[in-house]
Design a protein around this ligand. Sequence first.
Ligand code: ME8
Length: 510
Amino acid sequence: MSAPETYYVTTPIYYVNDSPHIGHAYTTLACDVLARFMRLDGRRVRFLTGTDEHGQKVEKAAGEAGLDPQTFTDRVSRRFRELLEVMDFSADDFIRTTEPRHVRAVQALWRKLVERDQIYLGKYAGWYSVRDESYYAESDLVEGRAPTGAPVEWVEEPSYFFRLSAWQEPLLEFYERHPDFVLPQSRYNEVVSFVRGGLTDLSVSRTTFRWGIPVPDDPDHVIYVWLDALTNYISALGYPDTGSELYRRFWPADLHVIGKDILRFHAVYWPAFLLAAGIEPPRRVFAHGWWTNEGQKISKSLGNVIDPRVLVETYGRDQTRYFLLREVPFGQDGDFRHEAMVRRINHDLANDYGNLAQRVLSMIARNCDGRVPEPGPLAAEDRALLDHAHALLPALREAIGVQALHRALELIWELIGAANRYVDAQAPWALRKSDPGRMRTVLWTLAETIRHVAVLTRPFVPAASDRLLDQLAVPETDRVFAALGAGGRPLLPGTALPHPRGVFPRWQQE
Ligand code: ME8
């Protein structure tokens, strides 16, 4: 047998100056669904997340909390790690930029860049925003502020520079050869036009604060936080040990998922650093949109930050996961609204999906002695529904391949809709007396369809899907995509089923 295909997916590493909120949960959720999907599809997956702990912003936040930076970052980083459990995230590794493995990797990358004459010592004079951890040209400023609205300060200091300007042409060629390097397409266009506009060398060290990784052989300087942070994607694979098993297997990454705010760093600087160091760039960067809260920008100062923990306590974990990925096409901005959440919970989950399963399983419990019924010959309608179920996986692979997570859910719900129409049309309850053999065929067809749905919803709503698969007595080893489709492992007639219980409660106003 050939080795399984691999899949390496990463989240941004989150700043520890803030506690985790809906935006962080959203990015990691998308990666979690992709990672789970690929694992179920038989791929060997590496799913990385972590925290970005250096820089002036974190140094400042620690000072405000009256703590030294290491104690402060230990504390906040833990909250991001806890988020994994809160949201049922299946990350394989959690990297912190204060870990020795990361510091070693960043310094090695720096040395490699120096060795290849990609870094030189110069003088930096210009505008810097601590909030954005970013430098701005005079021409970037809008009414004396960064284009993001962040305040900027004039900075003059000796600095090392990365020869970014030399990478304009190679980057443009790279984008041309990889037209899906950045998705959505509109973001790709933004990146290309930014690079076409010209690149200037990038200041990659600072002397005005200490909380960072020292420049090798010149410890007055610390390494620019973005060069430090981006390197996490390879330090977690063991870089500079490029012969390590992890590195060989998983680099280049299949996908970096990020918010649109940090596109330039991932789609311009990062591939430039890598090309300059002779390392292959990642295969894709997907930039998703931003969430607002009931129409308002989410910000600490407005006091409207949404804590994922509260969402999970209020609405349920699978419900929150479903809502975030279904409500908004992945890549576009979204607005969090309580009403929309309740509608999704009650319509999509409780009515469409939950009721379908509950109705079918209760009929089987009552009329088939609580066992998987034995089907007779299949009618055209039965075949049509099963064909639809069998065709779903290839359609999902296509949607997931371009990170169209909302589309994947739509496709699954199209099958759920077809199954609901089929129950109504076949009316198995009416067949109980008139044609019990036909009733058994209909119920078997439905149970098989629900099995497909439950396996395919596992990446999105893992706990509820598994409760449903428990009720269908599907063994753990069969809860994978290889068990689906025409050549799969259908439900075995006669298998005893546990007593059915609803898996998606309705949301009730207290
Ligand atoms: O930028 N809606 O970290 P960060 C959707 N450390 N997503 C949101 C969001 C919102 N309202 N707010 C934040 C950093 N995000 C760097 C990254 S990577 C090498 C270094 C998400 O803590 C979104 O994914 O500011 C965004 O890119 C990320 O949080 C920013 O996290």
